[in-house]
Design a protein around this ligand. Structure first.
Ligand code: ADP
Ligand code: MG
Length: 261
């Protein structure tokens, strides 16, 4: 579904992503792991249009989406979740969900003036959809709570919920499990699995918790020093000597060094 070819993204002298190539298969829940500073978040941000790459290519199916801005990708169903921003903290959970389709529909301002009836119908439908999402994610207890008052895990669920308000095809999750308690982590994991199985979402998720990865992800891609080090099933990854070496911090051999051994 997504093919990344020879992607390079530098910040000043730092090669955050250094020639990475990978594919994310349609219908998969692909895990992305690697030591801190490996370039995982930067790779996400380039795919999701936050940064343009220095060079390389990102394909969605057979369409070149390299460097397209986030709202263009949004239209194509490519979504990256973000932490709930400050301005959304003072909106309720329900209202946060209501905001999403409006962000997607750029032309609706004209409708406000010329088609008020249509707008009202749309709003009723969107409100109904928001309640379905709230049910699906078991957030009914905090439906009218300000997003700013939610626990870390509930905020993550709400982020996931925002992707359900539009027709997402692939969703990028950056450390969705970080700082989340076990119970909510289970709920988040269940929601991801159900979205994958029942609604055909493809996921690519950066995660550190190997149990969480093991439960959800196949395949797992390992990054180190801006490049892809290995990929395979969780079991293959866990026993891969190069991966173990990267995590033990003994230094990762460069491509040349690896080729030489
Ligand atoms: N906006 C930025 N400006 C400068 N350097 C950055 C920026 N974002 C990331 N980096 C650097 O790029 C490298 C990769 O970072 P990052 O993609 O966040 O890795 P990861 O998510 O795997 O921990 C790090 O050395 C980091 O310091
Ligand atoms: Mg990161």
């Amino acid at each position: 579904m997504i093919t990344v070819k020879n992607l390079i993204k530098t910040f000043g002298g730092i090669k955050a992503v250094n020639g990475a190539s990978l594919t994310i298969e349609e219908g998969s829940i692909t895990g992305l792991i690697g030591p801190n500073g490996a370039g995982k978040t930067t790779l996400f941000n380039v795919i999701a249009g936050v940064y343009a790459p220095d060079s390389g290519q990102v394909m969605l199916g057979d369409k070149d989406i390299t460097g397209l801005p986030p709202h263009e990708l949004f239209h194509r169903g490519v979504l990256r979740t973000f932490q709930i921003a400050h301005e959304f903290g003072s909106l309720t959970v329900h209202d946060n969900l209501m905001m999403v389709p409006a962000q997607q529909a750029g032309e609706q301002l004209l409708n406000v003036w010329f088609r008020p009836k249509k707008i009202r119908e749309d709003e009723i439908n969107i409100a109904r959809k928001a309640d379905e999402v709230i049910d699906f994610l078991q957030l009914s207890g905090v439906r009218n709570e300000y997003a700013g008052n939610l626990s870390g895990g509930q905020k993550k669920l709400l982020e996931l919920g925002r992707t359900m308000m539009v027709d997402a095809r692939i969703v990028f999750l950056d450390e969705v499990g970080a700082g989340v308690n076990r119970t909510l982590l289970k709920t988040i994991g269940d929601a991801i699995l159900r979205l994958n199985k029942e609604r055909g979402y493809t996921f690519c998720m950066i995660e550190h918790d190997m149990d969480f990865i093991g439960r959800l992800c196949d395949p797992v891609i390992v990054m180190a020093e801006g490049d892809v080090l290995a990929s395979g099933t969780v079991e293959q990854i866990k026993t891969n000597p190069q991966v173990i070496e990267a995590y033990l911090g003994t230094g990762v051999k460069s491509k040349k060094e690896r080729a030489a051994t």
